[in-house]
Design a binder for this molecule. Structure first.
Ligand SMILES: [Zn+2]
Ligand SMILES: [Zn+2]
Length: 291
């Protein structure tokens, strides 16, 4: 792995009261070659948080949209106003699909679409390299268990009927040892199995909501991850539940870390360090807050 830095712009949680939170995910990734925005959160909060963190989003080269849900793609319409050059890596199904959640009550989680100029789109329908050092994983085979929290998620047919979401609109992005999973609706193990490259770091939500997978299922998953991927470190938040995190952490130890809004991670050659802004200026911030 060469020099790389990622910074969380939007997450459900933060240690830093100067940043705004929402139910959503957006991460700014700098590699030696590219500046990449990984998802855009639900609103324009990622832009305001980037300003507070001194990140200039007008220089982003690629935006990666992991799937069609509004908590990941909702900020795209704001992004294309402030950035006039970045290519948008997305599944065509994410832009055309109608998505709903039946959690608590039926509600739309379709992204209210921006009209994106076609020359800015990089529509992805199959796995492959899209640029030097950028590999996209698409149509992820569902051979390992899927997250049970997916049971609430539906897509709507043209005739208005609801069908369980099959997540054909989900992509994962790999660059230089880092694998970004978005929400990992397709299942973290399925995404890893579909990635034909060595993964040093997994970053993203795992869509393991509290109260769905049993403690035993979570522990077994954690053992399979640590055994099958002995070189890999895992970073999660967003749609990974607090209790789920503790259960996984008890097995995975230092191999599993939580991030939140404002967390950054810097890797240089083989040395790697993860910190959050909380550690840098602890006196400025409130105790850790979980929403
Ligand atoms: Zn989602
Ligand atoms: Zn999500």
């Amino acid at each position: 792995m060469s020099d790389m830095k990622w910074t969380v712009l939007v997450d459900n949680r933060t240690n830093n009261p100067t940043l705004q939170t929402e139910h959503g995910l957006s991460i700014f990734l700098e590699t030696e070659r590219y500046r990449i925005l990984l998802d855009t959160g639900a609103s324009d909060i990622f832009i305001r948080n980037a300003e507070r963190l001194g990140i200039d989003l007008s220089t982003v080269d690629y935006v990666f949209i992991s799937h069609g849900h509004s908590d990941h793609a909702g900020g795209l319409k704001h992004f294309i106003v402030i950035n006039k050059k970045a290519k948008i890596i997305v599944s065509p199904d994410a832009l055309s699909g109608k998505f709903f959640s039946k959690r608590r009550c039926l509600h739309s989680i379709t992204t209210a679409g921006p009209e994106i100029p076609s020359e800015r789109l990089l529509p992805i329908e199959q796995s492959g390299w899209i640029a030097d050092d950028l590999y996209v994983i698409a149509r992820i085979p569902q051979v390992h268990p899927m997250p049970k929290g997916n049971q609430y998620l539906f897509a709507q047919n043209a005739d208005g009927t609801y069908i369980p979401d099959d997540f054909r609109h989900e992509l994962a992005l790999y660059t230089d040892g880092l694998l970004f999973t978005g929400c990992a609706h397709s299942g973290l193990e399925n995404i890893l199995a579909a990635t034909p490259l060595p993964v040093n770091e997994v970053v993203g939500g795992f869509h393991l909501l509290d109260g769905h997978e049993s403690e035993d299922e979570l522990r077994e998953l954690a053992y399979r991850l640590t055994d099958s991927y002995p070189q890999t470190h895992f970073h999660t938040s967003h749609c990974t539940g607090d209790a789920v995190f503790v259960t996984l952490k008890n097995v995975m130890g230092e191999r599993l870390q939580a991030f939140s809004c404002g967390t950054f991670s810097f890797s240089q050659m083989n040395r790697s360090a993860t910190a959050s802004s909380f550690h840098l200026s602890a006196s400025l911030f409130q105790p850790f807050r979980r929403s």
